[in-house]
Design a protein around this ligand. Structure first.
Ligand code: NAG
Ligand code: NAG
Length: 461
């Protein structure tokens, strides 16, 4: 019941936030000074952000991170990354390390909200609506903002109709609402995380919120300016698994397609720390996020790839793939290797004098990936994963098998198990593709899989 009564307030708050953001954006186009206080995306950055969007999509598409959890009156365990409806009670169970959630006690929640209305400040992160909701709202807002900038006349019109941001700020000061810039928020979150007087739950919440901000390239670089990145990197050394997990989560987002941050992280020892966690006894949830951070750090950064090989990274990944309970990570490892192999190949086979520059080509030449993969038996490890049950896993393994054909061809030709697995898959997909065609679907998914398998069998001959 409390929900229905409270919903309008929530919408009202969200409305204020969006209205403010809209005003901030419009004013920032005309007033550089104001722009300093509101670090919303500026037009020149839209290309970079497109790229970043692509780069982070893997983690965002992670089904685990898209779940919405609907709480009841009982405490229930919340999976990492699950969103909850606004106003739910979330607590950290320090015994199990899990977050738990339930519906709020109606009366208490209403009182909270009354206080909040009188309140001291509007904290964008924790009150009224979930971070998840805000993320979506901000995304929507930014998309809208991008379109608005193309329409100058309309912008002028809007500007005339809205009051300057300074006026708005005065109004909000009168309401006791404080608006922070992204940098201020990040400084606050980092010091909250770094402080010895914060509880474990508060530290995790700080990291969870921080992850949202560092998706933006310039925000992640700002993190360097006040030592914030190093603080998060040292979070990997925590004795708490949850701190390791969420630190890796933040780092993975910050590294992604962000060379400045990647360089600083390698210099700050992030690579060793990530590998140590993967090589030692940790829950799969921790290793999953650490693998995500490692992948972001290595992609498009040949220097880190060299260091990774020198530090015995391939051996660490090999043990990880064979470790009991880590099966779900095997496909992620294979995907990372596929990315590294194809990235190197694309750079090295590009026409000379074109993009990429010669220096970059030289750097990739020094990444001795193929010999390492061959020596350590990755040909067999990857082909062994073809027995996995899910179609999309098989698809990724097949893709990687093709990419590894140069070093692995001889081995694969003599591999009796591999050829019988391939025959089995061919039969299976022939049947599935036939069913697909009966349903009137030409060039369907199974047809494509069948083509890939036949193509690979052909290549092996
Ligand atoms: C984090 O805490 C340490 C020790 O308390 C302190 O020396 C350091 O300056 C802090 N770093 C940041 C970025 O707040
Ligand atoms: C972090 O951990 C690594 C090994 O796990 C250790 O060598 C290093 O000294 C630790 N650093 C700090 C600051 O505790």
């Amino acid at each position: 019941m409390a929900y229905q009564v409270l919903l309008p307030s929530k919408v009202f708050l969200l409305g204020i936030v969006l209205w403010l953001l809209a005003s901030a954006y419009i004013s920032s186009c005309h007033n550089n000074q104001v722009q300093k206080h509101f670090s919303l995306s500026s037009p020149e950055k839209s290309n970079i952000q497109e790229e970043k969007k692509e780069a982070v999509s893997e983690e965002e598409l992670d089904s685990e991170d898209l779940n919405v959890f609907y709480p009841t009156n009982q405490w229930q365990t919340l999976q990492p990354g699950q969103a909850v409806p606004a106003g739910s009670h979330v607590r950290l169970n320090l015994q199990t390390g899990e977050r738990e959630v339930k519906l709020p006690d109606g009366e208490k929640y209403q009182n909270n909200l009354k206080e909040q209305k009188k309140g001291q400040r509007l904290d964008l992160n924790t009150h009224g609506f979930t971070t998840q909701e805000l993320k979506i709202a901000l995304e929507k807002f930014k998309e809208g903002a991008g379109g608005a900038k193309e329409d100058k006349a309309r912008q002028e019109e809007v500007r005339r109709r809205f009051r300057p941001i300074e006026d708005l700020k005065k109004d909000f000061e009168a309401l006791n609402v404080v608006i922070e810039s992204d940098l201020q928020i990040m400084v606050r979150l980092i010091s909250q995380f770094n402080s010895s007087s914060t509880t474990l739950e508060e530290k995790i919440m700080a990291l969870y919120d921080l992850e949202y901000y560092v998706h933006q390239m310039d925000n992640a670089q700002d993190l360097l300016s006040f030592g914030g990145l190093q603080v998060v990197i040292s979070g990997l050394n925590s004795t708490e698994n949850l701190v390791k997990e969420y630190s890796a989560f933040v780092l993975g987002a910050a590294f992604s397609s962000n060379p400045k941050v990647q360089v600083e992280a390698v210099e700050g020892g992030a690579l060793q720390k990530l590998l140590v966690i993967l090589a030692t006894d940790h829950p799969v949830t921790v290793k999953k996020k650490v693998l995500f951070a490692l992948s972001s750090l290595l992609r498009h950064f040949p220097y880190a790839q060299q260091q990774f090989l020198k530090l015995g990274g391939l051996q660490v990944l090999r043990s990880l793939v064979h470790e009991k309970g880590m099966e779900m990570l095997a496909v992620r490892v294979v995907t990372l290797l596929y990315d590294l192999v194809t990235e190197k190949m694309l750079v090295e086979t590009a026409e000379r004098g074109q993009d990429p520059p010669e220096e970059k080509v030289q750097q990739y030449r020094q990444v001795e990936l193929m010999p390492g993969l061959q020596e350590q038996g990755w040909c067999g490890i990857v082909s062994g994963l073809l027995g996995l049950p899910e179609h999309d896993m098989r698809e990724k393994v097949l893709r990687t098998l093709s990419a590894l054909l140069t070093p692995c061809r001889d081995r694969y030709r003599q591999d009796i198990l591999l050829s019988s697995t391939l025959q089995g898959l061919r039969d299976e997909y022939q049947e599935l593709a036939a069913l697909e065609q009966q349903d009137g679907e030409e060039n369907g998914y199974f047809q494509e899989m069948l083509g890939t398998i036949n193509g690979f069998i052909q290549e092996l001959r």
